[in-house]
Structure formats: structure tokens, C-alpha cells
Design a protein around this ligand. Structure first.
Ligand SMILES: Cc1cc2nc3c(=O)[nH]c(=O)nc-3n(C[C@H](O)[C@H](O)[C@H](O)COP(=O)(O)O)c2cc1C
Length: 193
């Protein structure tokens, strides 16, 4: 069993990565392999709408996305963490997501029954204004729905106001330990079916 875990922050020790690691720890303890993908450490060109993936199962770019495609294809579950940048997702993570147009096109040509793989999203924001996570959530929901991942209303953890908080509060860590346990259990249940 394998989780592909995509980290969207340039800060490998930042708040969203910290939340993500807490969330993944139960899965690792349960023996699930976690394949970490750091968007900022990957060489991923932006999608140029060349159109090749409309007819062929390949991308015109030859870069680190080749490996990411394989990790996403072979994963039993997918998790994404990200900070909010200008009310949305940071560029390198958005590039990675846009390059998954290849999966969307492949599914349009060949609509197989969905694999119903579990998914989760974790995000942090410096401020605390209304709808601070809305654009990011819309993108992530669209992304998971376009690939064959199940993303329900309970499948995310959002922490705003970090500029004032300074660090991730203890209650957030505790909640995430529980959410991580549930996620590990969900993956095992899907796998056992
Ligand atoms: C380029 C940039 C843009 C940002 N834009 C926003 C924003 O629009 N809204 C917000 O609440 N915080 C914004 N922030 C603050 C980050 O979302 C916040 O510091 C976050 O917790 C960082 O997460 P990390 O430690 O995982 O990198 C921005 C930070 C940067 C560097």
C-alpha cells in the first residue's frame, strides 16, 4: 500500500509540512509506504496546452513530472499540503496540478470505473479573513474529482491565522493525529475489500 504525499510549501519544516507529517505518521506506523513529492524541489514545467495528451497518453515535457505521474498512478491514496499564497496555491504546486491534465484527458478517452482512492488536503494561511481557503479548496476538489480520488467534505484540515498564532497549536496536532488514524484505517479498509 502506498500514499503519494505532495508537499506544496517551499518550507520543508513549515507549518503545512508539519501538519502533513503529523497526519501521515499513523499510516507509516501501519506499514503504508509514503512517497514524498516536494513541488518546490521538483523540476516541473508549466502545462503549455500543446494538446498532445488529448490524443496520446504522454506529455510533451520530459521532466520530474514523469516520476510524479508514476507515483500518482500507483498510489492507493493521495495527500496534498500547501500554504495559501495570494488566496490560492503556490505556483510550483499549481504547475504540478495543471500537468495532471494528462490524467483528465486519458479518462475522457477511456472512462474506466473510478478506483475510489482516498484523498486528503491540509492547508495553512497567515491571515484569517473570510473564504481564505476557498480558491485552494476549489482547485483541490476539482483536481481530486478529475482524477479518481474520493474527496469528501471531511477530507481536509485548514489552519488560518498563523501570523498571530506563530506555531501550530497543540489542539490542531491532536486533531490531526486522530484524522491521520482514520485515514490509515480507510486505506486499509479499501485495500482489504
Ligand atoms: C508569497 C506569499 C503569499 C501569501 N499569501 C497569503 C494570502 O493570500 N493569505 C494568507 O492568509 N496568507 C498568505 N501568506 C502566508 C502563508 O500562507 C502562511 O505563512 C503559511 O502558514 C505558510 O505555510 P508554510 O509554513 O507551510 O510555508 C502568503 C505567504 C507568502 C510567502
Amino acid at each position: 500500500m502506498k500514499i503519494a504525499a505532495i508537499f506544496g510549501s517551499p518550507n520543508t519544516r513549515g507549518s503545512s509540512s508539519e501538519l502533513h507529517e503529523i497526519f501521515l505518521s499513523a499510516s507509516e506506523r501501519a506499514g503504508i509506504t509514503v512517497m514524498r513529492i516536494h513541488a518546490y524541489q521538483s523540476n516541473i514545467m508549466p502545462c503549455t496546452d500543446c494538446g498532445i495528451c488529448r490524443t496520446e497518453n504522454r506529455c510533451i515535457h520530459d521532466d520530474d513530472m514523469n516520476e510524479v505521474y508514476e507515483h500518482i498512478r500507483s498510489a492507493d491514496a493521495l495527500t496534498i499540503s500547501s500554504p495559501v499564497y495570494f488566496s490560492s496555491l503556490p505556483g510550483p504546486l499549481k504547475n504540478l496540478i495543471d500537468r495532471c491534465q494528462l490524467f483528465w484527458e486519458a479518462r475522457k478517452r477511456n472512462p474506466n470505473p473510478p478506483r475510489k482512492r482516498p484523498a486528503y488536503f491540509l492547508a495553512t494561511a497567515g491571515s484569517l479573513y473570510p473564504q481564505v481557503f476557498s480558491p485552494s479548496l476549489t482547485i483541490i476538489r476539482h483536481f481530486y474529482n478529475s482524477l479518481d480520488f474520493v474527496f469528501n467534505e471531511k477530507d481536509f484540515f485548514l489552519l488560518a491565522g498563523l501570523d498571530k498564532l506563530g506555531t501550530v497549536p497543540k489542539e490542531s496536532r491532536e486533531k490531526l493525529v486522530l484524522a491521520g488514524n482514520d485515514f490509515a484505517q480507510t486505506i486499509m479498509n479499501v485495500f482489504e475489500k
